[in-house]
Design a binder for this molecule. Sequence first.
Ligand SMILES: [Fe+2]
Length: 431
Amino acid sequence: MALDKRGLELTAASDDAAAALDAALDDFLAFGREAGPLLKAAFEADAEMPMAHALRGYFFLLMGVGALRPRAAKSGETAAGLAATARERAHADALARWAAGDTAGAVRRFEDILLDHPRDILAIRLAHYLHFYHGALAQHRDSTARVLPAWDETVPGFGYVLGMRAFGLEEMGDYARAEEFGRRAVEIDPSDAWSVHSVAHVMEMQGRPDEGIAWVRENEAHWEHKVHNFRHHLWWHQALFHLALDEADAVLALYDGRFRADTGSDDVLDIANAASMLLRLHFRGVDAGGRWEELAGHSAGRIADGIFPFFDAHYMATLAMAGDSDGVRDHLEAMSGRDGEATADAVYEDVGLPLCEAIAAFGAGEPGRCFELLEPIRYELYRLGGSHAQRDVFMQLLIAAAKQAGRDREHRALVAERGAQKPGAVAAWMH
Ligand SMILES: [Fe+2]
Protein backbone atom coordinates (compact mmCIF):
# COMPACT_ATOMS: atom_id res chain seq x y z
CA MET A 1 0.00 0.00 0.00
CA ALA A 2 1.31 3.45 -0.95
CA LEU A 3 0.04 6.99 -0.50
CA ASP A 4 -0.68 9.45 -3.29
CA LYS A 5 0.56 13.02 -3.01
CA ARG A 6 -2.61 14.09 -1.23
CA GLY A 7 -2.29 11.32 1.34
CA LEU A 8 -4.90 8.93 -0.07
CA GLU A 9 -4.20 5.23 0.18
CA LEU A 10 -3.29 3.78 -3.18
CA THR A 11 -2.80 0.15 -4.12
CA ALA A 12 0.61 0.21 -5.80
CA ALA A 13 3.71 -1.98 -5.93
CA SER A 14 6.03 0.83 -4.87
CA ASP A 15 6.24 4.51 -4.00
CA ASP A 16 7.73 5.08 -7.44
CA ALA A 17 4.67 3.58 -9.10
CA ALA A 18 2.40 5.78 -6.97
CA ALA A 19 4.48 8.83 -7.93
CA ALA A 20 4.24 7.92 -11.62
CA LEU A 21 0.46 7.75 -11.33
CA ASP A 22 0.43 11.10 -9.50
CA ALA A 23 2.34 12.61 -12.42
CA ALA A 24 -0.23 11.36 -14.93
CA LEU A 25 -3.09 12.69 -12.81
CA ASP A 26 -1.32 16.05 -12.42
CA ASP A 27 -1.01 16.42 -16.16
CA PHE A 28 -4.68 15.54 -16.61
CA LEU A 29 -5.69 18.19 -14.06
CA ALA A 30 -3.52 20.75 -15.86
CA PHE A 31 -5.07 19.86 -19.26
CA GLY A 32 -1.53 19.00 -20.29
CA ARG A 33 -0.45 17.08 -23.36
CA GLU A 34 1.52 14.36 -21.61
CA ALA A 35 -1.15 12.53 -19.62
CA GLY A 36 -1.17 9.57 -22.03
CA PRO A 37 2.60 8.92 -22.00
CA LEU A 38 2.75 9.56 -18.25
CA LEU A 39 0.01 7.02 -17.65
CA LYS A 40 1.92 4.56 -19.81
CA ALA A 41 4.97 5.12 -17.60
CA ALA A 42 2.82 4.44 -14.53
CA PHE A 43 1.72 1.11 -16.05
CA GLU A 44 5.37 0.27 -16.69
CA ALA A 45 6.07 0.87 -13.00
CA ASP A 46 3.11 -1.30 -11.95
CA ALA A 47 0.64 -2.87 -14.37
CA GLU A 48 -1.78 -3.78 -11.60
CA MET A 49 -2.65 -0.45 -10.03
CA PRO A 50 -6.45 -0.24 -9.96
CA MET A 51 -6.42 3.55 -10.16
CA ALA A 52 -4.19 3.46 -13.26
CA HIS A 53 -6.78 1.29 -15.00
CA ALA A 54 -9.58 3.54 -13.78
CA LEU A 55 -7.74 6.62 -15.04
CA ARG A 56 -7.22 5.02 -18.43
CA GLY A 57 -10.92 4.24 -18.64
CA TYR A 58 -11.88 7.78 -17.68
CA PHE A 59 -9.52 9.16 -20.35
CA PHE A 60 -11.37 7.12 -22.98
CA LEU A 61 -14.74 8.45 -21.81
CA LEU A 62 -13.61 12.04 -21.61
CA MET A 63 -12.78 11.95 -25.31
CA GLY A 64 -16.50 11.78 -26.02
CA VAL A 65 -16.14 9.14 -28.72
CA GLY A 66 -18.71 6.34 -28.82
CA ALA A 67 -16.27 3.75 -30.14
CA LEU A 68 -14.07 4.15 -27.04
CA ARG A 69 -16.81 3.17 -24.59
CA PRO A 70 -16.11 -0.58 -24.77
CA ARG A 71 -12.44 0.09 -24.02
CA ALA A 72 -13.46 2.16 -21.01
CA ALA A 73 -15.73 -0.66 -19.85
CA LYS A 74 -12.83 -3.09 -20.20
CA SER A 75 -10.61 -0.86 -18.05
CA GLY A 76 -13.38 -0.83 -15.44
CA GLU A 77 -13.59 -4.62 -15.46
CA THR A 78 -9.83 -4.92 -15.09
CA ALA A 79 -9.78 -2.43 -12.20
CA ALA A 80 -12.64 -4.28 -10.50
CA GLY A 81 -10.73 -7.57 -10.70
CA LEU A 82 -7.64 -6.30 -8.91
CA ALA A 83 -6.89 -6.14 -5.20
CA ALA A 84 -8.10 -2.70 -4.19
CA THR A 85 -9.28 -0.40 -1.41
CA ALA A 86 -12.96 0.49 -1.01
CA ARG A 87 -12.30 3.85 -2.69
CA GLU A 88 -10.61 2.18 -5.65
CA ARG A 89 -13.47 -0.30 -5.98
CA ALA A 90 -15.90 2.60 -5.98
CA HIS A 91 -13.95 4.15 -8.88
CA ALA A 92 -14.11 0.88 -10.81
CA ASP A 93 -17.86 0.87 -10.26
CA ALA A 94 -18.25 4.52 -11.28
CA LEU A 95 -16.26 3.81 -14.45
CA ALA A 96 -18.43 0.79 -15.30
CA ARG A 97 -21.60 2.82 -14.83
CA TRP A 98 -20.31 5.72 -16.92
CA ALA A 99 -19.13 3.41 -19.71
CA ALA A 100 -22.64 1.91 -19.77
CA GLY A 101 -24.19 5.37 -20.14
CA ASP A 102 -25.37 5.58 -16.53
CA THR A 103 -23.70 8.92 -15.94
CA ALA A 104 -26.18 9.72 -13.14
CA GLY A 105 -25.03 6.57 -11.34
CA ALA A 106 -21.39 7.47 -11.93
CA VAL A 107 -21.72 10.96 -10.51
CA ARG A 108 -23.56 9.63 -7.44
CA ARG A 109 -20.60 7.30 -6.95
CA PHE A 110 -18.12 10.18 -7.18
CA GLU A 111 -20.09 12.21 -4.65
CA ASP A 112 -20.21 9.21 -2.34
CA ILE A 113 -16.43 8.74 -2.60
CA LEU A 114 -15.99 12.41 -1.72
CA LEU A 115 -17.92 12.06 1.54
CA ASP A 116 -15.13 9.82 2.81
CA HIS A 117 -12.27 11.19 0.71
CA PRO A 118 -12.75 14.93 0.06
CA ARG A 119 -9.18 15.09 -1.28
CA ASP A 120 -9.86 12.63 -4.09
CA ILE A 121 -9.23 15.27 -6.73
CA LEU A 122 -10.00 12.87 -9.58
CA ALA A 123 -13.49 12.29 -8.16
CA ILE A 124 -13.87 16.07 -7.71
CA ARG A 125 -12.92 16.77 -11.33
CA LEU A 126 -15.06 14.01 -12.81
CA ALA A 127 -18.10 14.98 -10.73
CA HIS A 128 -17.51 18.57 -11.92
CA TYR A 129 -17.47 17.34 -15.52
CA LEU A 130 -20.62 15.22 -15.26
CA HIS A 131 -22.66 17.77 -13.30
CA PHE A 132 -21.74 20.23 -16.05
CA TYR A 133 -23.00 18.01 -18.87
CA HIS A 134 -26.09 17.11 -16.87
CA GLY A 135 -27.01 20.78 -16.61
CA ALA A 136 -27.07 20.19 -12.84
CA LEU A 137 -26.03 23.71 -11.97
CA ALA A 138 -26.63 23.70 -8.22
CA GLN A 139 -24.90 20.35 -7.81
CA HIS A 140 -22.03 21.67 -9.95
CA ARG A 141 -21.64 24.59 -7.55
CA ASP A 142 -22.13 22.68 -4.30
CA SER A 143 -19.96 19.68 -5.14
CA THR A 144 -16.76 21.68 -4.64
CA ALA A 145 -18.12 23.54 -1.59
CA ARG A 146 -18.52 20.25 0.23
CA VAL A 147 -14.87 19.26 -0.18
CA LEU A 148 -13.12 22.60 0.29
CA PRO A 149 -12.84 22.40 4.10
CA ALA A 150 -10.42 19.51 3.55
CA TRP A 151 -8.17 21.70 1.37
CA ASP A 152 -5.72 24.54 1.83
CA GLU A 153 -2.54 25.89 0.18
CA THR A 154 -0.49 23.02 1.55
CA VAL A 155 -2.46 20.36 -0.35
CA PRO A 156 -1.16 19.82 -3.91
CA GLY A 157 -3.82 20.75 -6.43
CA PHE A 158 -5.58 23.30 -4.22
CA GLY A 159 -5.71 25.81 -7.09
CA TYR A 160 -7.58 23.34 -9.31
CA VAL A 161 -10.28 22.98 -6.67
CA LEU A 162 -10.56 26.77 -6.37
CA GLY A 163 -10.91 27.03 -10.14
CA MET A 164 -13.69 24.44 -10.20
CA ARG A 165 -15.41 26.20 -7.32
CA ALA A 166 -15.17 29.42 -9.35
CA PHE A 167 -16.84 27.89 -12.39
CA GLY A 168 -19.65 26.38 -10.32
CA LEU A 169 -20.34 29.76 -8.73
CA GLU A 170 -20.19 31.50 -12.11
CA GLU A 171 -22.76 29.24 -13.72
CA MET A 172 -25.09 29.95 -10.78
CA GLY A 173 -24.64 33.70 -11.28
CA ASP A 174 -22.52 34.33 -8.20
CA TYR A 175 -20.05 36.35 -10.25
CA ALA A 176 -18.19 38.28 -7.56
CA ARG A 177 -17.29 35.19 -5.56
CA ALA A 178 -16.53 33.26 -8.75
CA GLU A 179 -14.03 35.87 -9.86
CA GLU A 180 -12.41 35.91 -6.45
CA PHE A 181 -11.90 32.12 -6.38
CA GLY A 182 -10.78 32.05 -10.01
CA ARG A 183 -8.24 34.84 -9.66
CA ARG A 184 -6.83 33.22 -6.53
CA ALA A 185 -6.34 29.97 -8.45
CA VAL A 186 -4.59 31.77 -11.33
CA GLU A 187 -2.30 33.51 -8.86
CA ILE A 188 -1.27 30.07 -7.61
CA ASP A 189 -0.69 28.84 -11.17
CA PRO A 190 -1.15 31.12 -14.19
CA SER A 191 -1.02 28.12 -16.52
CA ASP A 192 -4.14 26.61 -14.87
CA ALA A 193 -6.33 26.87 -17.95
CA TRP A 194 -9.56 25.83 -16.25
CA SER A 195 -9.25 28.63 -13.70
CA VAL A 196 -8.36 31.18 -16.39
CA HIS A 197 -11.48 29.94 -18.10
CA SER A 198 -13.69 30.40 -15.01
CA VAL A 199 -12.76 34.09 -14.82
CA ALA A 200 -13.24 34.52 -18.58
CA HIS A 201 -16.81 33.24 -18.10
CA VAL A 202 -17.47 35.85 -15.42
CA MET A 203 -16.32 38.56 -17.81
CA GLU A 204 -18.45 37.12 -20.60
CA MET A 205 -21.58 37.03 -18.46
CA GLN A 206 -20.99 40.52 -17.07
CA GLY A 207 -20.35 42.04 -20.51
CA ARG A 208 -16.71 43.02 -19.93
CA PRO A 209 -15.21 42.28 -23.39
CA ASP A 210 -12.19 44.58 -23.20
CA GLU A 211 -11.15 43.15 -19.86
CA GLY A 212 -11.88 39.66 -21.15
CA ILE A 213 -9.56 40.00 -24.13
CA ALA A 214 -6.82 41.38 -21.87
CA TRP A 215 -7.40 38.56 -19.35
CA VAL A 216 -7.06 35.76 -21.90
CA ARG A 217 -3.99 37.35 -23.45
CA GLU A 218 -2.36 38.17 -20.12
CA ASN A 219 -2.02 34.50 -19.23
CA GLU A 220 -1.62 33.08 -22.72
CA ALA A 221 2.14 32.65 -22.56
CA HIS A 222 1.72 30.36 -19.55
CA TRP A 223 -0.76 27.92 -21.10
CA GLU A 224 -0.36 28.24 -24.86
CA HIS A 225 2.31 25.57 -25.26
CA LYS A 226 1.43 23.46 -22.25
CA VAL A 227 -2.30 22.86 -22.59
CA HIS A 228 -3.94 20.42 -24.99
CA ASN A 229 -6.80 21.45 -27.21
CA PHE A 230 -8.67 23.05 -24.32
CA ARG A 231 -6.54 26.10 -25.17
CA HIS A 232 -8.68 26.38 -28.30
CA HIS A 233 -11.67 26.97 -26.04
CA LEU A 234 -9.88 29.87 -24.34
CA TRP A 235 -9.27 31.44 -27.74
CA TRP A 236 -12.93 30.81 -28.51
CA HIS A 237 -13.76 32.88 -25.44
CA GLN A 238 -11.42 35.58 -26.68
CA ALA A 239 -13.32 35.55 -29.97
CA LEU A 240 -16.63 35.88 -28.09
CA PHE A 241 -15.33 39.07 -26.53
CA HIS A 242 -14.39 40.40 -29.98
CA LEU A 243 -17.84 39.47 -31.22
CA ALA A 244 -19.39 41.51 -28.42
CA LEU A 245 -17.35 44.45 -29.73
CA ASP A 246 -18.63 43.76 -33.27
CA GLU A 247 -15.12 42.90 -34.47
CA ALA A 248 -15.92 40.12 -36.92
CA ASP A 249 -12.50 40.30 -38.57
CA ALA A 250 -10.78 39.62 -35.26
CA VAL A 251 -13.18 36.71 -34.66
CA LEU A 252 -12.33 35.16 -38.01
CA ALA A 253 -8.62 35.70 -37.45
CA LEU A 254 -8.89 33.76 -34.18
CA TYR A 255 -11.02 31.12 -35.87
CA ASP A 256 -8.52 30.46 -38.65
CA GLY A 257 -5.34 31.13 -36.70
CA ARG A 258 -6.22 29.77 -33.28
CA PHE A 259 -9.25 27.73 -32.30
CA ARG A 260 -9.83 26.11 -35.71
CA ALA A 261 -6.24 26.29 -36.92
CA ASP A 262 -6.13 22.50 -36.60
CA THR A 263 -8.55 21.61 -39.39
CA GLY A 264 -7.74 17.94 -38.92
CA SER A 265 -9.44 17.80 -35.53
CA ASP A 266 -12.72 15.99 -34.94
CA ASP A 267 -12.49 16.58 -31.21
CA VAL A 268 -15.93 17.41 -29.90
CA LEU A 269 -14.99 20.61 -28.12
CA ASP A 270 -13.05 21.81 -31.16
CA ILE A 271 -16.08 21.26 -33.37
CA ALA A 272 -18.41 22.82 -30.80
CA ASN A 273 -16.23 25.95 -30.55
CA ALA A 274 -16.11 26.34 -34.31
CA ALA A 275 -19.77 25.59 -35.03
CA SER A 276 -20.98 27.85 -32.27
CA MET A 277 -18.88 30.76 -33.52
CA LEU A 278 -19.86 30.31 -37.17
CA LEU A 279 -23.54 30.35 -36.18
CA ARG A 280 -23.09 33.54 -34.21
CA LEU A 281 -21.33 35.10 -37.20
CA HIS A 282 -24.08 33.86 -39.52
CA PHE A 283 -26.73 35.62 -37.39
CA ARG A 284 -24.74 38.82 -37.91
CA GLY A 285 -24.60 38.35 -41.64
CA VAL A 286 -20.95 37.25 -41.86
CA ASP A 287 -20.26 34.71 -44.59
CA ALA A 288 -18.54 31.52 -43.45
CA GLY A 289 -16.76 30.80 -46.72
CA GLY A 290 -16.09 27.07 -46.87
CA ARG A 291 -15.79 26.67 -43.12
CA TRP A 292 -19.09 24.85 -42.58
CA GLU A 293 -18.13 22.20 -45.12
CA GLU A 294 -14.78 21.65 -43.44
CA LEU A 295 -16.50 21.05 -40.10
CA ALA A 296 -19.30 18.92 -41.54
CA GLY A 297 -16.72 16.55 -42.99
CA HIS A 298 -15.56 15.77 -39.46
CA SER A 299 -19.00 15.74 -37.83
CA ALA A 300 -20.23 13.08 -40.23
CA GLY A 301 -18.05 10.53 -38.45
CA ARG A 302 -19.33 11.53 -35.01
CA ILE A 303 -23.09 11.48 -35.42
CA ALA A 304 -23.57 7.96 -34.07
CA ASP A 305 -21.61 8.62 -30.85
CA GLY A 306 -24.71 9.45 -28.81
CA ILE A 307 -22.79 10.73 -25.78
CA PHE A 308 -24.49 13.99 -24.80
CA PRO A 309 -27.06 15.84 -26.95
CA PHE A 310 -25.12 19.07 -26.36
CA PHE A 311 -22.43 17.61 -28.61
CA ASP A 312 -24.95 16.49 -31.21
CA ALA A 313 -26.49 19.94 -31.48
CA HIS A 314 -23.12 21.24 -32.66
CA TYR A 315 -22.53 18.36 -35.06
CA MET A 316 -26.00 19.02 -36.42
CA ALA A 317 -25.26 22.72 -36.92
CA THR A 318 -22.29 21.88 -39.13
CA LEU A 319 -24.27 19.40 -41.24
CA ALA A 320 -27.33 21.63 -41.55
CA MET A 321 -25.42 24.79 -42.37
CA ALA A 322 -23.23 22.95 -44.89
CA GLY A 323 -26.41 21.80 -46.63
CA ASP A 324 -25.59 18.13 -46.10
CA SER A 325 -29.17 16.83 -46.14
CA ASP A 326 -28.10 13.17 -46.09
CA GLY A 327 -25.94 13.83 -43.04
CA VAL A 328 -28.80 15.66 -41.33
CA ARG A 329 -31.16 12.75 -41.98
CA ASP A 330 -28.64 10.17 -40.75
CA HIS A 331 -27.91 12.18 -37.64
CA LEU A 332 -31.58 12.57 -36.72
CA GLU A 333 -32.04 8.86 -37.27
CA ALA A 334 -29.05 8.00 -35.08
CA MET A 335 -30.50 10.07 -32.23
CA SER A 336 -33.98 8.53 -32.44
CA GLY A 337 -35.08 5.30 -30.86
CA ARG A 338 -32.72 5.20 -27.90
CA ASP A 339 -33.65 2.50 -25.41
CA GLY A 340 -34.02 4.75 -22.36
CA GLU A 341 -31.28 3.05 -20.37
CA ALA A 342 -28.71 5.84 -20.48
CA THR A 343 -28.98 8.98 -18.37
CA ALA A 344 -28.83 11.08 -21.54
CA ASP A 345 -31.74 9.31 -23.22
CA ALA A 346 -34.51 11.40 -21.67
CA VAL A 347 -32.60 14.56 -22.54
CA TYR A 348 -32.23 13.39 -26.13
CA GLU A 349 -35.96 12.81 -26.33
CA ASP A 350 -37.19 15.94 -24.56
CA VAL A 351 -34.62 18.49 -25.69
CA GLY A 352 -31.84 17.18 -27.93
CA LEU A 353 -33.94 15.82 -30.74
CA PRO A 354 -36.32 18.81 -31.06
CA LEU A 355 -33.35 21.16 -30.88
CA CYS A 356 -31.50 19.26 -33.60
CA GLU A 357 -34.66 19.25 -35.74
CA ALA A 358 -34.93 22.99 -35.21
CA ILE A 359 -31.32 23.49 -36.29
CA ALA A 360 -31.91 21.27 -39.32
CA ALA A 361 -34.99 23.33 -40.24
CA PHE A 362 -33.04 26.57 -39.97
CA GLY A 363 -30.31 25.19 -42.23
CA ALA A 364 -32.94 24.05 -44.72
CA GLY A 365 -34.37 27.57 -44.94
CA GLU A 366 -37.47 26.89 -42.84
CA PRO A 367 -37.24 29.46 -40.03
CA GLY A 368 -40.92 29.14 -39.13
CA ARG A 369 -40.53 25.44 -38.46
CA CYS A 370 -37.30 26.11 -36.56
CA PHE A 371 -39.14 28.56 -34.31
CA GLU A 372 -42.04 26.19 -33.70
CA LEU A 373 -39.68 23.40 -32.65
CA LEU A 374 -37.37 25.51 -30.52
CA GLU A 375 -39.73 27.86 -28.71
CA PRO A 376 -41.50 25.19 -26.62
CA ILE A 377 -38.21 23.82 -25.26
CA ARG A 378 -36.35 27.06 -24.75
CA TYR A 379 -36.58 26.90 -20.95
CA GLU A 380 -35.47 23.26 -20.98
CA LEU A 381 -32.23 23.86 -22.86
CA TYR A 382 -30.24 23.93 -19.61
CA ARG A 383 -30.73 20.15 -19.48
CA LEU A 384 -28.27 19.86 -22.36
CA GLY A 385 -25.47 20.91 -20.08
CA GLY A 386 -22.67 23.10 -21.31
CA SER A 387 -22.31 26.66 -20.10
CA HIS A 388 -24.72 29.58 -20.30
CA ALA A 389 -22.30 31.22 -22.73
CA GLN A 390 -22.32 28.15 -24.96
CA ARG A 391 -26.09 27.60 -24.89
CA ASP A 392 -26.69 31.26 -25.68
CA VAL A 393 -26.20 30.37 -29.35
CA PHE A 394 -29.52 28.50 -29.27
CA MET A 395 -31.31 31.58 -27.95
CA GLN A 396 -29.71 33.56 -30.75
CA LEU A 397 -31.03 30.92 -33.13
CA LEU A 398 -34.55 31.37 -31.74
CA ILE A 399 -34.38 35.14 -32.24
CA ALA A 400 -32.99 34.77 -35.77
CA ALA A 401 -35.70 32.26 -36.64
CA ALA A 402 -38.44 34.54 -35.26
CA LYS A 403 -37.10 37.41 -37.33
CA GLN A 404 -36.72 35.45 -40.56
CA ALA A 405 -40.14 33.84 -40.14
CA GLY A 406 -41.77 37.25 -39.78
CA ARG A 407 -42.96 36.53 -36.26
CA ASP A 408 -42.67 40.17 -35.31
CA ARG A 409 -44.47 39.95 -31.96
CA GLU A 410 -42.25 37.17 -30.71
CA HIS A 411 -39.13 38.75 -32.18
CA ARG A 412 -39.85 42.04 -30.41
CA ALA A 413 -40.46 40.24 -27.12
CA LEU A 414 -37.30 38.14 -27.39
CA VAL A 415 -35.16 41.17 -28.20
CA ALA A 416 -36.61 43.01 -25.19
CA GLU A 417 -35.84 40.01 -23.03
CA ARG A 418 -32.31 39.83 -24.33
CA GLY A 419 -31.77 43.53 -23.81
CA ALA A 420 -32.76 43.14 -20.17
CA GLN A 421 -30.19 40.38 -19.73
CA LYS A 422 -27.41 41.74 -21.92
CA PRO A 423 -27.77 45.51 -22.25
CA GLY A 424 -24.78 45.76 -24.60
CA ALA A 425 -25.95 43.08 -26.98
CA VAL A 426 -29.20 44.38 -28.39
CA ALA A 427 -28.06 46.50 -31.31
CA ALA A 428 -27.16 43.47 -33.40
CA TRP A 429 -30.76 42.22 -33.23
CA MET A 430 -32.62 45.39 -34.03
CA HIS A 431 -32.03 45.53 -37.77
FE1 LIG B 1 -16.29 28.14 -21.69
